[in-house]
Structures are given as C-alpha cells and as structure tokens.
Design a protein around this ligand. Sequence first.
Ligand SMILES: C[S@@+](CC[C@H](N)C(=O)[O-])C[C@H]1O[C@@H](n2cnc3c(N)ncnc32)[C@H](O)[C@@H]1O
Length: 260
Amino acid sequence: MGKSHFPIDLGVLTAIRQLAAPDSTIVELGSGNGTNRLVSEYTVYSIEDDEKWVGYCEGSNYIHAPLINLDESEEPIRWYDPAILKNSLPESYDLVLIDGPAGKKGRAGLLSNLDLFQTDVPFVIDDTLRDHECQVAREMAYLLNRPLYMFWNFSVITPNPLTVEQISRIQRAALQVLDSEELPYLESYFTEPTPIVEISMGEWSDKIAEQNQHRLHVASLEAKNRKLQSLESSISLRIGLLLTSPLRFVSSLVNRKKLE
Ligand SMILES: C[S@@+](CC[C@H](N)C(=O)[O-])C[C@H]1O[C@@H](n2cnc3c(N)ncnc32)[C@H](O)[C@@H]1O
C-alpha cells in the first residue's frame, strides 16, 4: 500500500515549528492523524466537518462545523458553516493550518470567509501542489496583501518576512519529504517529475550553518560594543570627576566656612 498523504508531513510540521513557538495555539482546518503530532507541541483547535473525524485526536479541541452551501448556484461552493466558526473559534491564536475540508470537497469557501480569522498570524496552506489549493493560496496572498512562499507541496503566508534561516530549514525538510516520494505520485502532479537540479539537503544545511555563524558573529560584535560603551562611560566619568575636583574642593571649603 502506498503512503497516505492525508496527514501533514515533515515539511509542513517544520514550517509550523518555525512560525509558532512551542506551546502556542494553532487553529487547524481539517483533522486527522497529523493532529496527534500537533497536540504534543501545541494547543490545537481542529475545525472538522466530518463527524467520523470529530474527536479523533483526544488532545485537540474540536469544532464540529458541517459543510453548507455558501451560494445558491447550480454548483455551490461548500464550506464549513461560517456561523459555527464565528461562535466557536478561540479568541486568539498564533497560526492557522489550512488542510481541510478534504481535497475533493474544495477549499474555496475560505476566500469569502477569511475575515472570520485573525489576519495577523501566519497561515500554512497544505497541498498547494494541487491546482485548486494553489489557486486558493494565491488568492489569499492577494487578499491579505502578503507574499506567498511556495514550497513544493505546501505554502506559507506570513505577516513578517521569513528569514533566510527559516526558509532554509523549511526547504530542507520539504526536500527530505520530496526525496521519499514515489514517481507515480509525483507524475500525477508534475509534467516533469524529476527535478533538473539534484535534490541536495546538504546545500540547505550549509545555509542554516552560515546563518548560525552570522548570528553568533553579530552577537559577539554587540557584546564587544556594549563593553566598549561601558568602558567609555566609566572613563568619561573619571575624567569629569578629576576636572571638577578643584571646584568641589572650593565649594566644600565655602560650605564649611558658612557653618562656622
Ligand atoms: C487532509 S485531511 C486533514 C489532515 C490533518 N490535518 C492531518 O494532518 O492529519 C482533510 C480531511 O480529510 C479527512 N481525513 C483526515 N484523515 C483522513 C484519512 N487518513 N483518510 C481519509 N480522510 C481523512 C478529514 O475529514 C479531514 O478534515
């Protein structure tokens, strides 16, 4: 049996880890086995339409939101009932993972309901190797006026630009997953399933090491600077005391005279 692509993979998990501090709160659209990984590190609220999957992961806070028609056309967009989300979403959270409803049910309903969510947090959008999810991610980036970072099978939209180190860490994990995929799976999404540049995790590890070194270098420069500043202020204090000592001597004599 082939690998299941329903749960979030290491690339998505790494993106989440780069964007949400441990113990912070995540809202997940679409729950499954991957939710078990998330609850071990975060407080999770899972929005789930399918009763079968509601409560699947013990540690998550489930919001059961069945899909409803969002319009009255012949082929209406179906999405989580917005009224339920409005009343049940937590007051604040640190990241939104978009991984539902299930691919075949469509995710376009999110676009007309983006205002239900906090917009000052990162969004991680899974499955953007599929045309529909890719289109949703592009439109989200447009609606939010933010850049869209695309990795081979998922995307990220963040209020703050990603650092070189964050991109390198996420890309390294995403490539690890890509390297483990079977050709028929890749062929179903890409016209040229074999990358023309060989997959090299080492290249991204090097970039991470460079960034670490740069950070250490900056930290040591800052420490030196602080030391220099405190030295300078102590020297100027001593010079000041030396220069004003005759004045202070005279003024102490005057004060003593007054007291006599
Ligand atoms: C892509 S899945 C969500 C996966 C989830 N975020 C995770 O990491 O496990 C989207 C929807 O498919 C359903 N689902 C979850 N896991 C499934 C599985 N292993 N097989 C079939 N359907 C699944 C649930 O209704 C879920 O809302």
